[in-house]
Write a protein of this length. Sequence first.
Length: 148
Amino acid sequence: MDLTRVIPPIYFFAAILAMVALHVFIPLAVWAPKPINLTGILPLAAGLLFAAHGASLFKKHDTPIKPLTQSTFLVREGLYRYTRNPMYLGMLLCLLGIWVLLGSLSPVLPFGAMFIILSTFIRREEALMRTTFKEEFDDYCRDVRRWL
């Protein structure tokens, strides 16, 4: 099954729906009771900022944001100095925040699935980037971690 036929934002919104459904129908156990669950606002906000910042740098350098599309510029500034995937990391931080806000155990399952899906995209995108930017991308990979 080719997971890359659907773009990551669709998986992201599907994961949110799945998390809420699992919380409502199969909560399993409460691990973050109120008001502790409100700490989920922090990773949610950070995730939104990471994703927006990463996307804005793609726009600034006029390189396609759509996954598995030929890049025209290797972005190495801003958050890209610390993570090669701030937009994907932002999605995961948002999901982490939602999981904490929900406070029950079962919504972690879509979070794990999203991590696997994004890792699949990253492996394919890295292969494409390596073909496009060659040694420059290899140097970047040596300097900056995939996630953090």
